[in-house]
Design a binder for this molecule. Structure first.
Ligand code: AMP
Length: 315
């Protein structure tokens, strides 16, 4: 089922204990799309400026399941740019700068060929841009949003309006705390459900994630990674794997449903299963800078790690 995403395409400069990556391809929409493309075709809707060059495009071209027709080039504008520095243990990071560039301009328009999109992901960007994409797809089957501290701090009202319209939200534990004022993740998750969504996925970095759904609670550890070079994009890749999994299974008969009915897209069971795909694809993203590792990833490697992960979490 067609999956569409809007968010940032970024030019990132990242410092980790393993080195520095200067002006490399990043952005929430980019990491999401690359990750989702291992599970289902995905359509990007985002804007870039005149500083977005061939080298950046060439990275995207390494993901054949990603449609770039919806990337709008604005020659006189600047691409979103972000700089970050990770701590020695890479469990925390400091944002060095955020140059919003095209993110403060009019939202990009999805091409007519994307009209049949049914799964909508609103990756990290201004909530007004997220709302605009959602407005184009009133008949969607599932809409899920991501957000972060900057938007919780600067656009809370827009975000609260958006939350009333989406089925789910993916955010990390500090953001859940900031949004709700609750320290406990389950309480924070339940408070978010009171704001509108059916489910919230709270990510805890190397400690995995928690699903708080109207029909229950689930938790999954992260893949125990030995090689962590750059955690940037782990959260977006997680969301990409999760949404890619859901969109790829939609319409397929569900073993738990009678009469060959399809997977209910926002059910507790479907969302819980999708967390593993998100976790495993994110574990590849962090093995190198930018999208380098995902660009080299084969389906075989992905399947092998999925199997390994299912053995790791067996109880
Ligand atoms: P993650 O590590 O999953 O939180 O995502 C990192 C990516 O998000 C980087 O590639 C950045 O370009 C992008 N990013 C950072 N800050 C923002 C923001 N305020 N809005 C949208 N994207 C952002």
């Amino acid at each position: 089922m067609p999956l569409i995403v809007t968010g940032s395409i970024g030019i990132d400069t990242v410092h980790t204990p393993h080195g520095t990556a200067d002006a490399v391809l990043g952005g929430s929409c980019t990491y999401f799309s690359a990750a989702a493309s291992f599970f289902t075709p995905v359509r990007m809707v985002a804007a870039v400026g005149g500083d977005f060059h061939e080298g950046h495009r060439a990275v995207l071209a390494r993901f054949p399941n990603v449609s770039v027709e919806g990337i709008e080039l604005r020659r006189d504008s600047k691409t979103f740019a972000w700089g970050g520095r990770y701590s020695e243990d890479m469990n925390s990071r400091e944002t060095l700068y955020t140059h919003l560039g095209v993110l403060t301009e009019a939202p990009p328009t999805p091409p007519a060929s994307y009209r049949d999109s049914r799964f909508v992901f609103l990756a990290n960007t201004h909530p007004a841009v997220q709302r605009d994409l959602l407005n184009h797809f009133p008949d969607h089957e599932l809409a899920v949003a991501d957000t972060m501290d900057l938007w919780i701090d600067t656009a809370k009202d827009d975000l609260r309006t958006l939350l009333r319209r989406v089925d789910g939200i993916v955010l990390n534990d500090s953001e859940a705390r900031l949004l709700t004022g609750k320290r406990n993740n389950i309480t924070a998750g339940r408070t978010i459900l009171d704001m509108g969504p059916t489910f919230a996925v709270i990510k805890k970095g190397e400690h995995g994630c928690i699903l708080i759904h109207r029909d229950g609670v689930a938790a999954l550890p992260a893949y125990p990674a030995e090689q962590v070079v750059d955690p940037t994009g782990a959260g977006d890749s997680f969301a990409g794997g999760m949404m890619g999994h859901i969109a790829s299974r939609a319409g397929a008969p569900s073993p738990r449903m009678k009469h060959g009915a399809g997977h209910p897209v926002a059910s507790f069971d479907t969302i819980q299963r999708s967390l593993a795909s998100g976790t495993v694809i994110a574990s590849f993203t962090i093995e190198s800078f930018s999208l380098d590792r995902m660009a080299r990833l084969t389906k075989d490697e992905l399947e092998r790690r999925m199997l390994e992960f299912s053995r790791i979490v067996r109880v």
